[in-house]
Structure formats: C-alpha cells, structure tokens
Design a protein around this ligand. Structure first.
Ligand code: SAM
Length: 240
C-alpha cells in the first residue's frame, strides 16, 4: 500500500506528535486505522449537510486536515452554500487544496491556513470539529465553542467528535484496552501503539463527555445528543 502509516513502526526516541509533512502523507490511512467510527462519521456529515445545510449559508470544517470532511460537506450541500476549511498545518493545507480542486461539486469553498482560535464564524448552518478540539489548549476550548455558537444561525448544528476519557478508572482502563485491541486488529504492532501513545501524551488531551456537554451548554447550545460512541471515541451533535 503506497501511503500506509508506518511512522511509529521502528524504535525511536519520543518526540511530541506534529501534523507535519510525514504525517500528512499517510494521514488518510492513519485516521482510518486509528479512529473507530471514522467512516460512520463521514456519513453523519453527509446526512447533516443534506438536512441542515441551509441555502446561502456557510459551513465550517475546523481542523480540516486533507479535506475529507470538507469534501463530504461540499458534495451534499445546496449549490449556494460556501464551505470554509481551516487548518494551521501548512502540510495539511497544501494537500487539502489539491484534493478539493479535484472535486467539481457546485458549492463554493475556501481553505485557510489559520488557527481555529482566530477563525471568525459567520452565517453558519453547520460547523464540524472532527477530532480537532482535543489538540487545542484546554483553557482555549470554551472560547472556541462560544465563538462558534455566536456565529451560527438559529437551527444550525455543530458536530463535535473527540477522543474521550472517563471518570471511572475501570471504565477508562477497559475502553483503552479495547481501543488498543482495535488498533492491533488494524495491523498496528504493540510497538507502534506504544510509541504513538507516547508521542500524543500532552498533545492530544481528552475530556470526558460530561465536560464537553457542560462546555456546549455554557456556550449556549440548548440540546446536545451523542450520535456516535466507539470505545473511547465519541461524537456529539449540538443544536442552536
Ligand atoms: C485529527 S486531525 C482532524 C481530522 C479531520 N477533521 C478529518 O475529518 O479528517 C486534527 C487537525 O487539526 C489541525 N489543528 C490542530 N490544532 C489546530 C489549530 N489550533 N488550528 C487549526 N488547526 C489545528 C491539525 O493540523 C490537524 O490537521
């Protein structure tokens, strides 16, 4: 396989995980083999685009990586919608622009290299945070959700997908064990699992579902619903 993720297959010194060119080159394969439920969420995004993508509104993909979510949005939105993909990794943004340019759906789009902390949300019917908030400093997460809520139109929806943790230590242990079993089933070795985990320490910082719900509520979202949970990965829909 040309773009198989083998980045952590040989013994190495631990250094913090980054969304650099090497990661961008194998990212499609990495996320599909590392995030249980990822394919289902792409279908959820298509469903949301069809149901909530209001004519003449904007749809945001915050932390767009290679553009997989932006493409799903664009392919399922009314032609008068505008998709805005945002990512702060230059390696991701250049590949994302290339991927988007090959798609000829009618909805317009732009891909911006920017911190999502600086993204102004405006006239939004849909906002997607697909495994991005977990990489943002914990102190900044509430402000991001506040800004999203402020820029959304009434009736709009936010999809927040994250790796989550659990208050009860038995549950935390069980879900982590099952998740690592899932990764081995995808062909990752024990060494790969251990080295990736070490690289993500303090880079990907999960919250509990309860913490996410509390933040969404504080931002103003009245209704939140879990739409996916696979081991320690979960997604919430939040409606304005
Ligand atoms: C796990 S990936 C997201 C996957 C993508 N949403 C998808 O559906 O395929 C996280 C992305 O968030 C980006 N990112 C992390 N922190 C960011 C920030 N502060 N601002 C913008 N992008 C950020 C990373 O560069 C990376 O591409």
């Amino acid at each position: 396989m040309k773009h198989k993720d083998t980045l952590f297959a040989t013994p190495m010194e631990t250094s913090p995980f980054e969304f650099n060119a090497q990661v961008a080159d194998v990212f499609d394969n990495m996320i599909q083999r590392s995030v249980p439920g990822y394919h289902f969420l792409l279908d959820v995004i298509a469903v949301l685009a069809q149901r909530y993508g209001a004519k003449d509104s904007q749809c945001y993909d915050l932390g767009c990586s290679l553009g997989t979510t932006s493409l799903r949005l664009r392919q399922n939105l009314p032609a008068s919608c505008h998709v805005i993909g945002v990512d702060n990794s230059a390696a991701m943004v250049s590949r994302c622009k290339h991927n988007m340019a090959r798609d000829h759906s009618q909805a317009s789009y732009e891909i911006c290299q920017q911190n999502i902390q600086d993204t102004r949300i405006n006239n939004a019917s849909i906002v997607i945070l697909n495994f991005t908030l977990q990489f943002i400093d914990d102190q900044e997460r509430q402000t991001i959700l506040d800004n999203i809520y402020a820029g959304m139109n009434p009736g709009g929806v936010l999809l927040l997908a994250e790796k989550v943790c659990f208050d009860a230590s038995e549950q935390q242990q069980l879900q982590t064990t099952l998740y690592h079993d899932f990764k081995r089933l995808q062909g990752y070795s024990d060494l790969e699992v251990a080295q990736k985990r070490a690289a993500l320490e303090n880079v990907l910082v999960p919250n509990t579902l309860q913490q996410h719900r509390q933040r969404l509520h504080t931002a103003g979202f009245k209704q939140t619903e879990v739409c996916m949970q696979c081991f320690n990965f979960a997604a919430l829909l939040a409606f304005k």
